[in-house]
Design a protein around this ligand. Sequence first.
Ligand SMILES: [Zn+2]
Length: 281
Amino acid sequence: MRRGLFKKSWQVVARKNIGKKLRFEVFKRDRFTCQYCGQAAPDVVLHVDHIDPVNNGGSSEVVNLVTSCQACNLGKGKRLLDDRKAVEIQREQLAAIEERREQLKMMLDWRTECAGFEAEQVDAVETIIKMRFSRVLSPQGRLDVAGLIKKFGMSLVLDSAQAACEYYKDADVAINKIGGICVCKKRDEESPGMGKFSYVRAILKNRCNYVNEGGLKDWMETAFSWGLTPDAIVEVAKLAKSWTAFQNGMFKLCCEHSEEYRSRFSTEDQESPNPFESTDY
Ligand SMILES: [Zn+2]
């Protein structure tokens, strides 16, 4: 029993020796969650556990340390609890409460640190707006920008903010357009040229009673695969008076641009020049 108690207090000493900063790093890495059972602070008291035990020669370097809840860490020592004096148990419980309080503070600091980083990112976007329009974002504007950064990533949002500020003369319009530009840039990244999809669609919707969005996507992808540029498609859209006229225009453009396309898709039957299944009307 004596030996058991000694071992227990030695474990506590070893844990304290790890140092507050290192413990914080381990907890942060493990997101304040016990890596054995998945319970998280502040529901449970967290310990830093040596994967390879110290008395086995395990080091106290961060790679040998893992976040463990008290129950998981001391699981093996549970049978020692039985015949311990009440006062020792109480002392241990007080220490656990103190530990929990300290860990809650650590976790709040961590959250603040994360929030600070997010605020810095929003500040960077705001700087672009400030330089162009000499004004700052509203609280709602800051929330919106933070949401965009989460969704699209920092560099895409910065590029889009820059583009919006260069293109639009009104600050509110520019700020409101950042999200839409992010969507276009993302689309363009995933499928080059498709960044112009919304633009072409908008032109067609202005000019035609009916626009087949799926068909437009197919036409654009086909045209790109035959080496046509987004701007060439924009020109066809600007002349189209109907969806059918747009399709005819696209077919003509592809034929003009590529001999191979013409020989492959051009038929005697000029009634239906569309290589895709006719989906209009
Ligand atoms: Zn656990």
